[in-house]
Design a protein around this ligand. Structure first.
Ligand SMILES: Nc1ncnc2c1ncn2[C@@H]1O[C@H](COP(=O)(O)OP(=O)(O)O)[C@@H](O)[C@H]1O
Ligand SMILES: [Mg+2]
Length: 499
């Protein structure tokens, strides 16, 4: 069905006159020849001069009979501005390099227009192709193995569907052996402690591990022996001065695995390894605070239930082992204060990254699953302040070692540009803040310079996927998680707890 006609414009900025009776919306996909266009702006058009319009309006408003100059549908119309999205030639998608025919008629896209979209081998399902607010029955899958190691950014304002998207992605990845995932879950919303969640996947029992300070039966206790903590785990997470940082390394070099105990039990006034007493005193206080430690009779006592002295479990290695086997590990960090959550996340991340660097060195990286680390409010660890930590390192060099971040954020602008640009897949949900849209647009894999209004008008669950692994910036609608579960035979199960 004819929707309109191209009446002017230039490359990247075509002007389409909307046929009367038809409705073109922002974000709509139009097809002409073998090019798919996307509408990014709308305006009125008229054949009349401004003075004619003013006169006619005056006569109408003041109750005079209307003078008809031309048929209404001819003289006034809507124009849409559209940009070429993709050029499909012989079933292959390319970047459009030419203009469609002048005065050519445009149609709405249909599913056949997307026959060129294939399902890659290690696919990750994101949603369905969307034309404006119309959903087409065309699934969008990206090469997940590659996309994961090149980092995924999920930016949006609150309530636009970030968490839902992550659930849909996790659900899809549960059975897939090409990826091991660590989810740091500060809202305890992914596993499904009280509602439907990843635990309800038919294969969850074998492939999903859930760690919590208060685990259900079948889950694991999230407790970390403080002796597993190393000076580098604190870097960029707890604010320490250079002198304090050096002091930690000095203790580590002298006492190795007992460094923390030695550091905390030392009398700052005694001249220890040439460290100033004030430095040591402040450092001790910071560490006690961060780790919930009391000193009782000169001995270290942990007060909280996360960092403890009594536990034989080596959760850092256990979790790294599971991820290397392609499992999905969810950490319920909902009861932890910020520092503790990031410390634990950093310890595990550091270990998995260390292992993958070794795998690369020994040439067996290709046998290993890609690693994805899901982190909420990513600027907490990727922001400028706080200094370099393991997450910065991964954002910069992780892809060489198949370790990537799935970074969720409301504030992309707080992430350094260089890191933003390194996140090679962006699943952009709605955002009404221009400064945020600009940060995302400025670092996207495709030219989204015209998509400001488009992104601003995205509804819940509507997104644009801009990735070096897609031929064009693909508008999608993400499924509602509950629908996915229902469709794929997930059953809501009730968790049991001890005592
Ligand atoms: N893909 C979707 N389709 C329909 N509704 C959605 C979709 N994603 C999210 N929603 C709705 O929006 C609400 C907020 O989603 P949520 O994922 O929690 O947002 P965020 O994590 O960005 O704050 C959900 O409770 C749901 O009702
Ligand atoms: Mg959320």
């Amino acid at each position: 069905m004819v929707l309109g006609q191209i009446i002017g414009g230039e490359y990247g900025e075509l002007v389409v006159r909307q046929k009367s009776g038809q409705i073109i919306e922002i974000g709509d996909l139009l097809s002409i020849d073998d090019i798919i266009l996307q509408v990014y702006d709308l305006a009125y058009g008229t054949l009349l001069e401004a003075t004619d319009l003013a006169r006619m309006s005056g006569m109408q408003l003041e109750g005079y009979e209307e003078t008809v100059l031309m048929e209404e549908e001819i003289r006034n119309f809507v124009t849409a501005k559209a940009k070429p999205l993709v050029h499909v030639k012989n079933g292959v998608a390319r970047i459009p390099k030419r203009l469609p025919g002048f005065f050519g008629t445009v149609n709405r896209v249909n599913t056949d227009d997307f026959n060129f979209m294939e399902k890659p081998e290690n696919s990750l399902y994101l949603g369905k192709v969307r034309s404006g607010s119309t959903v087409l029955d065309v699934p969008v899958n990206i090469d997940g193995r590659e996309a994961l190691s090149h980092h995924i950014l999920i930016p949006a304002t609150t309530g636009r569907g970030k968490s839902n998207l992550v659930k849909v992605m996790l659900w899809d990845m549960v059975p897939k052996e090409w990826c091991g995932i660590l989810v740091i879950d500060p809202h305890d919303e992914y596993f499904g402690r009280n509602e439907i969640g990843i635990k309800d996947h038919p294969e969850a029992r074998e492939k999903v591990l859930y760690y919590s300070p208060n685990p259900p039966k079948g889950g694991y206790s999230l407790r970390v022996n403080i002796s597993l903590l190393k000076p580098w785990n604190l870097r960029g997470i707890i604010e320490v001065t250079d002198a304090q940082s050096q002091a930690m390394y000095v203790f580590y070099n002298h006492h190795y695995d007992d460094w923390l105990d030695a550091l905390l039990t030392t009398d700052p006034e005694e001249n220890n390894h040439g460290i100033q007493s004030i430095t040591l005193e402040v450092l001790q206080r910071k560490l006690r605070l961060a780790l919930d430690i009391n000193m009782v009779g000169g001995e270290v006592r942990t007060r909280g239930n996360i960092f403890v002295t009594q536990t034989n479990n080596d959760i850092v290695n256990d979790i790294a082992d599971a991820m290397e086997e392609g499992k999905k590990v969810i950490l319920d960090t909902s009861s932890m204060a910020g520092d503790k959550e990031l410390l634990i996340a950093g310890m595990i991340t550091h270990e998995i990254f260390r292992r993958y660097k070794k795998h690369k060195e020994f040439g067996n990286l290709d046998d290993k699953p890609s690693i994805g680390i899901v982190i909420e409010e990513a600027p907490r660890v990727l922001g400028e302040r706080g200094g370099r930590n393991v997450f910065h390192t991964i954002a910069r060099e992780g892809r060489k070692f198949r370790v990537g971040l799935i970074a969720i954020t409301q504030l992309s602008s707080m992430i350094p540009r260089e890191i933003l640009a390194n996140m090679n897949t962006k699943i952009i949900l709605g955002n009404e803040m221009k400064s945020e849209r600009d940060a995302i647009i400025g670092s996207a894999a495709q030219d989204l310079s015209k998509d400001g209004k488009n992104i601003a008008s995205l509804d819940k669950g509507e997104a644009i996927v801009s990735s070096i692994f897609t031929k064009f910036a693909v508008p999608i609608k993400i499924d509602l998680f509950d629908d996915v579960v229902e469709k794929e035979g997930g059953k809501k199960t009730k968790l049991e707890f001890f005592g």
